[in-house]
Design a protein around this ligand. Structure first.
Ligand SMILES: Cc1cc2nc3c(=O)[nH]c(=O)nc-3n(C[C@H](O)[C@H](O)[C@H](O)COP(=O)(O)O)c2cc1C
Ligand code: SF4
Ligand code: SF4
Length: 253
């Protein structure tokens, strides 16, 4: 069974393409994550968990979800990460979670995909042609990955260096606390009260008040799902996102 979380479609695309080649089930974890539903997941086939990379790790809410959820049936687990090019120590985090569950970690695959983090000027979005090229190149790796999974092979990921672990483990929580406040999010008059932002937030921290979204927690995962999925492009993050093109992979298929 292929499982995924995806905010802007990159991971969903890889997960669904892979499940299509494997002829396996594909499950979007968003409803479970939102409901804090930690009921057991069962699969006859190996679990293939697909995740974006946030600040060199798995999204923290996904790590928490995977830790709390029992995995029944097949004892093997593969990971597939999508990132803008650097998956950091995600593989180590994934391996640890499943070692504690006494499951067999079969390694990870990494796919470079278009970056989606528009709440900072540090990561400029690629141009349209570059986005299409990145998607094309990553798509080309899916049949080989499916073949390896089908044959039960262990995936050989890049060797993660000790310094990456020593830097990322303290860096990630500090960054998330300091650099990911919600107070800069707001909805402009373009808002059509469709509630999409409320529905896609994995943390469930967007509430509608008088037809407008309100961010009710001080920090969030900055997954960009609300801002990128708003059909009216009504959500902004301070003035950083003003005039920036919104990204959803689906627009490029
Ligand atoms: C909060 C946040 C942090 C990110 N951190 C990284 C990172 O450390 N390295 C990287 O290469 N890409 C990073 N990215 C880019 C995403 O991992 C990448 O665009 C991913 O494919 C998005 O997947 P999705 O469309 O399924 O949500 C980050 C994106 C966000 C929103
Ligand atoms: S998704 Fe956009 S238009 Fe819909 S409620 Fe949220 S801010 Fe308003
Ligand atoms: S508020 Fe927006 S950016 Fe923050 S976690 Fe929710 S959907 Fe993601």
């Amino acid at each position: 069974m292929v499982l995924y979380f995806s905010a802007t479609g990159n991971t969903e695309y890889i997960a669904k393409s892979l499940a299509g080649v494997l002829k396996d089930d594909c499950l979007n974890l968003l409803p479970r994550i939102r409901k804090h539903d930690y009921s057991a997941l069962y699969s006859k086939t190996p679990f293939v968990i697909c995740s974006p990379v946030y600040v060199c790790e798995l999204p923290r809410f996904l790590t928490a979800f995977l830790k709390k959820t029992p995995f029944k049936g097949n004892r093997r687990v593969y990971f597939v990460f999508t990132s803008g090019g650097y998956a950091g120590i995600s593989g180590i985090i994934a391996k640890r979670i499943f070692a504690k569950k006494h499951m067999i970690y079969k390694g990870r695959a990494e796919f470079r995909m278009p970056g989606n983090y528009i709440a900072s000027n540090m990561y400029p979005a690629p141009a349209d042609e570059e986005i299409k090229k990145i998607i094309r190149e990553s798509s080309a790796g899916i049949p080989e990955l499916a073949d390896s999974i089908r044959k039960g092979r262990r995936l050989k990921g890049r060797r993660i260096q000790l310094w990456e672990i020593l830097v990322t483990l303290p860096f990630n929580p500090v960054w998330c606390l300091i650099k990911q406040p919600t107070k800069k999010f707001y909805a402009t008059d373009r808002c059509i009260s469709c509630r999409k932002c409320e529905q896609v937030c994995p943390l469930g921290i967007i509430h509608m008040k008088k037809g407008r979204p309100v961010w009710v927690r001080r920090t969030c995962s900055h997954c960009m799902s609300c801002i990128q999925n708003c059909p009216a492009e009504a959500i902004e993050y301070g003035n950083i996102t003003q005039g920036k093109r919104r990204y959803l992979l689906g627009k490029y298929l």
